[in-house]
Structure formats: structure tokens, C-alpha cells
Design a protein around this ligand. Structure first.
Ligand code: CMC
Length: 428
């Protein structure tokens, strides 16, 4: 008998089944042959939250949670964060290889020359309430973009698909900045083509009456590094949403709006906002032990702690700690960093956190940096969505090319009532 198979014995019937093992997985559909009798539907696997279900084969990102490793297309995240730029990493994630000099220059040119949005987008955003949450504005406006491009649904036409990918990566910083300007009551600022991707983003965010905004190079680089660290993270909640919506062959704008909606939640990309609010609530280093005790009692979770996949220090969090120091040299030290460092120290020594392998994740320090750079807390999830747009699009593109991917449609275990007859209202 070949070794690369799994033998399953069904003790209800005494029957044995042999199913192939490929890449350390078995196909869930191979379980369907396991039946008690011919009328039986067949065995399914039950996996709420997909904790042990691979939904796709992918060649984009590797997260080795046990060893704290993250690689994009094989390149360690530390090397990319140290030596690359966000747009180079975006090219790598989307195309599989680092670009040649010519390809990189063309890519940067194309992105830079698609940053402007239609004037109607401004009108649309102006219609939001004065205190609308920036992430709500971002999600809705990205969805609305599909109505501006007649080729948005032409997803199997490579040229149209590439153009819409370029448009999305180029325009999300513009929409993100407009959502901030709307919140602040400031006029929207047009993109500046002489600046880098992150330099232009800072300009659209913070430019006031000056003729030209000059981004601080250290802050521009710090934001670029943060964007690299957030660009992709394989099959997380929002990426799975992108793939799920995309599997119905919806246009990328609608799928991306859905993915951003999934990111918004406090257990995912909304955590960075919650971390900052948590650190402010703790207020002082001396209150940290009491706060940790309350988290252990289950009163609340420590935001920015724990991860479904990492059962070791999140490599992004390690790098972000370094970025924080670079930023504080320009902005001055945030008092919240001392609370964060103390919280991390106490939690990492505590049995509760050690036993459950709960370490700081990417969101733990990113919010402190963003705040020091002048971003308001409510825009933090948007700052996650802008770079993650690249990962969502790369995963969506990969899914479209994958002949094994049908429309996403999970099964359920039905435990409701059996058939019963309708009862008229006066008889209930
Ligand atoms: N604080 C206190 N206890 C925690 C925490 C936390 N942050 N996270 C998990 N636990 C406990 C949890 O109560 C459970 O304990 P027990 O076994 O006694 O019931 C155990 O650890 C396992 O938790 P889980 O909910 O089964 O783990 P999960 O893999 O389903 O959840 C998580 C992962 C990220 C949703 C969770 O750790 C969490 O809620 N963290 C706080 C929110 C956060 O920081 N999210 C950002 C994630 S990283 C950014 C990104 O999404 O990409």
C-alpha cells in the first residue's frame, strides 16, 4: 500500500476507506464517500472559523506561525522592510518576482498617474455626515468606484483587469486621505505626482496652505515600511472575504469593499484603533498589572495580543518596534509607548499568556506610531486597508486564474426543526 494515503475506519459500519494525501492535506470531498447507507448524504468536515481548513493553494505569502516567519514570494519580511519600497513589494506580491529597473519605473509611473479620482467622488464623499467614521467612508467609496469604470466587471480580460488593479492601488490613498479631510472639515487636496506613494499620501493628508508639501523623509520611510509590513498576510478574514466575493465573479471594487468591511472589525484590522484606546484607558504604567488581571478574568481581551496563526512573536510587531524609535526621533516620544512596553513585559511573563502563546501582534505598536505621526485614531483601520489592497488584489487575481476554484459555498450542519405545517396566526 502506498504511504501517501490515509485509512479511515467508520466504526458505525466497520467499513474502511483509503483517501489520498497531497501536500499534507486530504480533500474534504473524499470524505463524502463515507456513508452509513445509500440514502446517506455522506460525511462532511465541521470547521467553524476554518481553523483547520485550507481553502486554496497559493504561491504568494507564507506565514509560519510556530516559528514567527513571514515571507512574500519567498523573501523574508525583514529583508523587504529593510531594503525595499512599498511599490516594489506591491509589484513582487502581484507578479511573483522583483521588477527589473525598467519594469519598476513603469509601475511607479502607472500608479502615480492614476491617483486622481473623478470629481463626482468628491461630491459623493461630501455627502457623508460631518463625523462619519473614515473606514465607513472608505468602504463605501471604494464600492462606488466600480460605477465609474465600465470595464470593472471585465475580470477575465487581462488588460482590463491589470488596469483596474492599477487604479485601485493608485486611488486608495486618495480616498483614504479624503476621508480624513472630510472628518477634519479640510478641503480635499489633489495628488502630487512628484512625490513617492507614501510621500504623496502624507501630502494629501496634511497639506494646508503651503504651495508644496515636503514630507519628512524619516516619516515617509517609516510609513513606507509600515505599508510593506501590512501588504499581505495570506488567508486571513478579509482576504478570505475578497476571495469569497470574487468567486462569484463580482468586480474587484465590490469585492475589495467587502474585504475592507471584514478588516474593519476589532478582531482584525480594527484592533490597532482599539489598542490605542486601550492604552489611553490604562493611562499610566502603574495601572498595567491591574489591567492585565482583568483581561485574565475574561472581562475583555488585550487588544493587539494573540493571533490565529502566530503562536510566537509576530515578526511584523518586532520590526514595528524599531520603526517606532525612528519615528519618535522626529516626533518626540509618545507617553503611550511606555505603557505598551510594560504591558508586553508583564503579559509575556504571565502564565495565562505564556500557556496560550499570546504575543503582541502587528497592531500592538502600529497605532502608537500612527498617532505620533499625527493620524487620528479613527483612520487607523484605513491605514491598514491602503497597503492591504495589494494583497487582496494579488489573492483575487490568483483565485481567478485557479481552475480548481468554484464559487465559495460552504455546507452547514442543519439542527433545526423537521418539516411541520404552517399554523394560522389566530391558532398559535
Ligand atoms: N487577550 C486575552 N486573552 C486572549 C486574547 C487576548 N487578546 N486572545 C486570545 N485569548 C485567549 C482566549 O480567551 C482563549 O482562552 P481560553 O482557551 O481560556 O478560552 C485563548 O486565548 C484562545 O483564543 P481564541 O479566541 O480561541 O483564539 P483565536 O485564534 O480564535 O483568536 C484573535 C485570534 C486574534 C481573534 C484573538 O487573539 C484576539 O481576539 N486578539 C485581540 C484582537 C487583536 O489584537 N486582533 C488583531 C489580530 S492581528 C491583525 C490582523 O488581523 O491581521
Amino acid at each position: 500500500m502506498a504511504n501517501d494515503t490515509l485509512t479511515i475506519k467508520d466504526n458505525r459500519t466497520g467499513k474502511e476507506y483509503e483517501v489520498p494525501i497531497e501536500n499534507d492535506t486530504i480533500k474534504a470531498m473524499d470524505l463524502r464517500q463515507i456513508k452509513v447507507n445509500d440514502a446517506d448524504f455522506g460525511m462532511m468536515s465541521y470547521d467553524p472559523g476554518f481553523k483547520n481548513t485550507a481553502n486554496t493553494k497559493s504561491t504568494i505569502t507564507l506565514v509560519d506561525g510556530g516559528n514567527g516567519i513571514l515571507r512574500y514570494r519567498g523573501y523574508p519580511i525583514e529583508q523587504l522592510a529593510e531594503s525595499s519600497t512599498f511599490l516594489e513589494v506591491a509589484y513582487l506580491i502581484l507578479n511573483g518576482e522583483l521588477p527589473s529597473k525598467d519594469a519598476y519605473e513603469k509601475w511607479v509611473y502607472d500608479i502615480t498617474h492614476h491617483t486622481i479620482v473623478h470629481e463626482n467622488i468628491k461630491d459623493l464623499m461630501s455627502a457623508f455626515r460631518y463625523d462619519a467614521h473614515p473606514m465607513g467612508m472608505f468602504i463605501s467609496t471604494v464600492a462606488a468606484l466600480s460605477t465609474f469604470y465600465s470595464d470593472s466587471g471585465d475580470i477575465f480580460n487581462e488588460e482590463a483587469r491589470d488596469l483596474n488593479i492599477t487604479r485601485l492601488i493608485a486611488k486608495v490613498p486618495t480616498i483614504a486621505a479624503f476621508s480624513y479631510r472630510h472628518l477634519m472639515g479640510f478641503p480635499y487636496k489633489l495628488p502630487d505626482n512628484n512625490l513617492s506613494y507614501t510621500g504623496n499620501f502624507l501630502s494629501m493628508m496634511f497639506k494646508m496652505a503651503e504651495l508644496r508639501y515636503e514630507p519628512n523623509p524619516a516619516l515617509e520611510r517609516a510609513l513606507d515600511v509600515l505599508f510593506i509590513l501590512h501588504a499581505d498576510h495570506e488567508q486571513n478574514c478579509s482576504t478570505t472575504t475578497m476571495r469569497t466575493i470574487g468567486s462569484s465573479q463580482a468586480d474587484p471594487y465590490s469585492a475589495l469593499a467587502g474585504a475592507a468591511g471584514a478588516l474593519y472589525g476589532p478582531l482584525h484590522g480594527g484592533a490597532n484603533e482599539k489598542v490605542l484606546r486601550m492604552l489611553r484607558e490604562i493611562g499610566d504604567v502603574k495601572n498595567v498589572p491591574d489591567y492585565v488581571e482583568r483581561a485574565k478574568k475574561g472581562e475583555f481581551r488585550l487588544m493587539g495580543f494573540g493571533h490565529r496563526v502566530y503562536k510566537n512573536y509576530d515578526p511584523r510587531a518586532k520590526f514595528i518596534k524599531k520603526v517606532a524609535e525612528d519615528v519618535f526621533e522626529v516626533t518626540g516620544r509618545s507617553p503611550l509607548i511606555d505603557i505598551a512596553v510594560e504591558l508586553e513585559r508583564i503579559a509575556l511573563e504571565d502564565d495565562y499568556f505564556v500557556e496560550r502563546k499570546l504575543y503582541p501582534n502587528v497592531d500592538f505598536y502600529s497605532g502608537i506610531i500612527y498617532e505620533a505621526m499625527g493620524f487620528p485614531v479613527s483612520i487607523f483601520p484605513v491605514l491598514f486597508a491602503v497597503p492591504r489592497t495589494v494583497g487582496w488584489l494579488a489573492q483575487w487575481q490568483e483565485m481567478l486564474a485557479d481552475k480548481e476554484q468554484p464559487i465559495a459555498r460552504p455546507r452547514q450542519v442543519y439542527l433545526g426543526e423537521g418539516e411541520r405545517d404552517y399554523v394560522a396566526m389566530d391558532k398559535r
